[in-house]
Design a protein around this ligand. Structure first.
Ligand code: IPE
Length: 256
């Protein structure tokens, strides 16, 4: 089974401090991917941009495209920051024996009105078939309507969920989906067609600078997928082991 795992920007970076990686979290999560890769799980790794790209993207208004004489430079700068963070992940994975290959959306995705329009995933899927682990991420991309826009790692997860993944795991800095946004709510263990409406109404934006929609944007499409999805805390890698081993633990499971 193919597992698409998203390492959220909130766990692999300190989201309010520009360009600050959480090296310990990156190391622990890559060690877990390595452990299960060696057991035969086939992963597609997606990661967020966290404080590498959200802060400058907001400063330059990149969610709505490029403008002014420096627009292309702003775009290239933010892309280079995403690549820099991605290189940390790749190096950590390769160092742990995982054949991770980077795929930067700026070079294979085109959007239309901020939504994926053409994802040229042939090479990525070919590498996956050959036993490699494709690594991709939230990025700035070309956009047929507004010249450029931002694709979030969640949109990429959604894409893989619709096509080839059997399981989507969203690793974040929260225990899962909670009944209130102040971090004190109770964990919602399962979201099904029966309770989805009620659950969605308690979820709104994230407390951090997030140009791609925060938690509400993240969960919106999960219930329309064919495969189950999970939101789990990256602070407790054992909980991710529980998901991969099929055990109950502290996380939220979405059953479409
Ligand atoms: C954002 O990607 C990409 C840019 C801002 C260029 P994500 O939306 O997937 O990142 P996180 O997980 O929220 O940090």
């Amino acid at each position: 089974m193919i597992v698409a795992i998203k390492l959220g920007g909130s766990i692999i970076t300190q989201k309010s401090k520009f360009k600050t990686p959480n090296l310990q979290a990156i190391d622990a999560l890559c060690a877990l991917i390595s452990e299960y890769y060696k057991k035969g799980v086939r992963f597609i790794v997606v990661h967020g941009a966290g404080s590498y790209a959200h802060i400058p993207s907001k400063e330059y208004g990149l969610a709505d495209g490029i403008r002014g004489d420096d627009g292309q430079v702003h775009f290239a700068y933010v892309h280079s920051l995403c690549e820099e963070l991605s290189t940390l992940i790749i190096n950590s994975l390769v160092g742990k024996g995982v054949p991770a290959i980077s795929f930067h959306p700026a070079t294979f995705v085109i959007q239309k009105n901020k939504l994926p329009f053409k994802i040229d995933d042939k090479m990525l899927l070919r590498y996956l078939k050959e036993g490699f682990v494709p690594v991709t991420h939230g990025d700035v991309v070309l956009d047929n309507s507004i010249r450029t826009s931002i694709i979030s790692g969640d949109a990429l997860m959604d894409y893989f969920g619709k096509r080839i993944a059997g399981k989507l795991i969203f690793v974040s800095d929260v225990d899962g989906l909670l009944t209130s946004l102040d971090g004190k709510g109770e964990l919602i263990r399962e979201v099904t067609r029966d309770n989805f409406k009620g659950v969605y109404s308690v979820v709104s934006g994230s407390k951090h600078v997030d140009v791609t929609g925060g938690m509400a944007g993240k969960i919106k499409n999960l219930m329309s997928l064919k495969c189950p999805s999970y939101i789990v805390s990256g602070k407790h890698p054992n909980r991710i082991r529980s998901i991969l081993d099929g055990r109950n633990d502290i996380y939220t499971k979405f059953i479409p």
